[in-house]
Every structure is written in C-alpha cells, then in structure tokens.
Design a protein around this ligand. Structure first.
Ligand code: SF4
Length: 210
C-alpha cells in the first residue's frame, strides 16, 4: 500500500521524514508486517459500552483532538506490543459467561497498522464467541473517512465495520463537551448502529444517542 508523506504525525510519515522523503513522496506500508501497541486492557468494564465488557486501548492516534483526555496514547509506541499472547488473554477473558462484548478504543483503532491487527482479533471473536457484541470508538467520521476513498479506508476496513455492532465516531470537540452524554464525550460524536447502517447503506443512529 502506498500513501503520501504529509504533515501527518503518524509513525509511517514520521519514519518517512527521517528517511529524508519529501512531502509528496510515497512510502510503502508492509501489509504483511502489521504491528500494534496496546496501552491498557480493562476487564469487567461497564463504562465503554452496554453491559459488562473487555475494553482494549490501542496506541497511536493522529487526530490530536484539543482536550483529549489521554494524549499519551497518541504515540504509536505507547504501552506494550500487542502479541499473540495478548490476543489469547483477551479471548480467554471474553469467554467468561458474564461478558456482553468487546470494546476497542484508543488511541485510534482505525489507524492503518492498528486495523490490520484488530481485524484478526475480530475474526477470532466472531469465530469463537459469536454471541459477544463489538463496539469500536474512533475519532474519524464513518461516512467520510472509513468508506472507499476516505483517509483511513484500507483493504480490511469493510471487514471490521461489517462485524461491528456499534461505532462511536467523530473527534472529541472540547467546545461541545457534555458530561451528561452516555458513551461519548462531545455532542458531535455519534453512536451508530452499524448493523443497520451497513444493511441500509446510510448512517442509522442508535437509540442510545437519545
Ligand atoms: S481521537 Fe480520541 S485518542 Fe485521538 S486525540 Fe481524539 S480524543 Fe484523543
């Protein structure tokens, strides 16, 4: 996969700049060699989705929202490498009978390298624990950034979204912060019913927005 080296602060662009590439040069992202760091896993979490959840916070975010409550997670190297042992632990924990589902947040799950690890985790959850639902939080906008032609649409984005039950999308906007909101931080963010959205081909909001 190719992408332009820009003013972006992501790991790829930073690496490319170190290699002396110019702003319009292209660099190759090795699809066969994805990697991801993970900052935290919260078990028995009831704050980031409905019911009891395993919540994982992946590292790396290029959104840089003003007022972000965890800017340490912008760094793609924050936390520890996500390994097969990490994945096994998540599956083992999620298999306990009291869990409703998995929540993936960050950082930014839809940064390219993160998507390539997340899609593998989602495949395992769907194969081994099909009754667990999946929520994902993103600072990107679904119908602008995560659809064909969007800035974070890659070869596995559709597979992730097809297997997501709820997507909470949109940057955190400090001026629109509302502490009364459930499952989101600012009023511009949307809780999207992804099953209905994918079925109908248009954004369908969850009743949880009300
Ligand atoms: S998308 Fe989330 S993690 Fe990234 S800067 Fe915005 S609030 Fe912070």
């Amino acid at each position: 996969m190719e992408r332009p080296v820009s003013a972006c602060c992501c790991l790829y662009c930073q690496s490319a700049k170190k290699m002396g590439k110019k702003s319009k040069d292209l660099i190759i992202i090795p699809e066969s060699d994805p990697f991801m760091n993970i900052g935290e896993i919260i078990t028995a979490d009831c704050a980031n989705g409905e019911g009891l959840r395993v919540s994982i916070f992946v590292s790396g975010c290029t959104n840089r929202c003003k007022g972000c409550f965890q800017p340490q997670t912008w760094d793609f190297d924050f936390g520890k490498p996500y390994t097969s042992e990490t994945e096994n632990y998540i599956i083992e924990e999620l298999s306990k009978p009291y869990y409703n589902g998995l929540t993936i947040l960050g950082g930014e799950p839809f940064e390219q390298s993160n998507q390539r690890e997340i899609v593998k985790l989602i495949r395992r959850v769907k194969a081994q624990l099909p009754d667990r639902n999946i929520w994902i939080y993103t600072g990107f906008t679904y119908d602008k950034d995560l659809v064909p032609g969007g800035c974070r649409y890659i070869e596995c984005t559709d597979e992730i979204l097809d297997n997501t039950d709820i997507l909470v999308d949109g940057r955190f906007v400090l001026e629109l912060r509302n502490l009364m909101l459930r499952f989101r931080g600012s009023e511009n963010q949307r809780i999207i019913d992804m099953k209905q959205t994918r079925k109908l081909g248009e954004v369908v909001l969850s009743p949880l927005n009300e």
